[in-house]
Design a protein around this ligand. Structure first.
Ligand code: RNT
Ligand code: ZN
Length: 417
């Protein structure tokens, strides 16, 4: 498709949407202001840069050994920038604590400071990329099965200290970028098999969180992520969805919805309107569950599409932070970023293009068949022409044209690692 063809297709689409009361120019402006928080951990299979790094633990796994994973901070930054050059719009980067710039030093989790993130803050500024942050309680000798909920006070205190330091770092990041840094707290704590001290573990987790959040921070926002189960932690999860729903709504904290963290027939999209009257905002980890795995590359599947529809229908666009969270080591990792980011963006675009006022009105008037009819018709409207135009205006490859760029980067860069 050349530029002229893309413009023509867009002009037709614009008229088609105008006929149902949707202004595609407005939609494009909104999409321009939609910022994903790209997770740094797809680039290196969640390894991070700690000198003393151990194997990935905490009930998560990245499978596959496709060549070219980033081995150090420079490679990871280069990969992220390559991916960003193929994704329209401006996007944030979501860092885990283990991705600090440790400069060859052994820095334990309870010793980390913003000094190890100074170069990230500079990098973010230079590359117009705002940063988000995560504490890291997995892949560490003190992780075991229980961290913040560990009955051993020494271990609990270690993770409390780590998490407090991470909040300080996130606060510095937020200050430097003049925009709040969103800090996600996910701990894997759970039991592999039958266990009886559930109340104790949950109580300890609550106490640890209370202690962690006792200090208010101006430039960062906390969010909490629950889960249904982890690998090797199949029988019980301390920080379940219910636990965090209660904690977040009681303490006015942002809740994280990872779309890979629910029962197979549970629809994460339904949580948007269920939660937003009780928690201040939502953080998303857009992902894709496949059987035991919660972290396949995001695509335009029903769950993802429905999630974005629900956010737009709820009028909650600005009350949601849009993180991605998947890790696939079996395919080109830069490709994985581009596919997942563009898929999330396309789902948002389709949601923005829905003739929602009309559909909502029909529903309130009791015209059920019209609701169904319009939603069915909207599925086949030319939204892809609008996305192509968006890519064109943003100077990134349109459609599958990004494949050639990734192939070239693979040939020249990642295959040589
Ligand atoms: C794990 C959680 C968590 C992690 C990242 C690496 O199941 O989804 O968000 O994926 O912190
Ligand atoms: Zn997640």
């Amino acid at each position: 498709m050349n530029e002229n063809q893309i413009n023509k297709a867009y002009e037709l689409a614009k008229e088609r949407y105008a006929a149902i009361g949707v202004d595609t120019e407005k939609v494009l402006a909104t999409l321009q202001d939609f910022h994903l928080s790209m997770h740094c951990w797809q680039a290196d299979d969640v390894k991070g840069f700690e000198v003393q790094a151990g194997a990935l633990s905490g009930g998560i796994q990245s499978t596959g050994d496709f060549p070219g994973a980033a081995r150090n901070i420079d490679e990871l930054r280069a990969d992220i920038l390559k991916a960003k050059s193929l994704i329209p719009g401006t996007h944030r980067l979501n860092l885990h604590e283990i991705y600090g710039d440790f400069q060859g030093k052994v820095v334990d989790r309870d010793e980390v400071t913003v000094d190890y993130f100074k170069s990230w803050i500079d990098w973010g500024k230079e590359n117009n990329t705002k940063l988000d942050f995560n504490s890291t309680s997995f892949s560490h000798p003190k992780s075991g099965n229980l961290s913040l909920s560990n009955p051993d006070k020494g271990i609990r205190d270690f993770w409390i200290e780590h998490t407090k330091r991470c909040r300080d770092i996130a606060d510095e990041m937020g200050k430097a970028q003049e925009d709040p840094c969103i800090m996600n707290l996910w701990v894997h704590d759970g039991c592999k098999d039958v266990s009886v001290n559930h109340m104790l573990y949950r109580h300890l987790l609550k106490e640890s969180l209370d202690e962690i959040f006792s200090e208010k921070k101006e430039n960062m926002k906390d969010c909490l992520e629950g889960k249904v189960f982890g690998i090797g932690l199949e029988s019980f999860t301390v920080g379940s969805h219910d636990f965090y729903t209660a904690y977040c709504s009681k303490n006015n904290i942002i809740q994280t919805i990872d779309t890979g963290h629910y029962h197979p027939t549970e629809i994460p999209a339904d949580k948007v309107s269920a939660l937003l009257d009780f928690v201040p905002e939502l953080m998303l980890h857009v992902s894709r569950p496949v059987r035991w795995d919660s972290d396949h590359v995001t695509i335009m599947d029903d769950n993802t599409q429905e999630l974005f529809f629900e956010i737009v229908r709820a009028g909650a666009l600005n009350r949601v932070h849009y993180g991605l969270d998947y890790f696939d080591g079996s395919i080109n990792r830069v490709g994985a970023y581009v596919i997942g980011s563009r898929a999330a963006q396309k789902c948002m675009l389709r949601a923005l293009l829905e003739p929602k006022e009309t559909v909502a009105k029909y529903e309130l008037e009791g015209c059920g068949y019209k609701v169904l009819a319009l939603i069915e018709e909207a599925k086949a409207l030319p939204w892809a022409a609008v996305y192509d135009e968006f890519c064109l205006r943003n100077g990134v490859p349109v459609g599958e044209a990004f494949l050639a760029e990734i192939d070239q980067y693979e040939k020249e860069v990642t295959s040589k690692r």
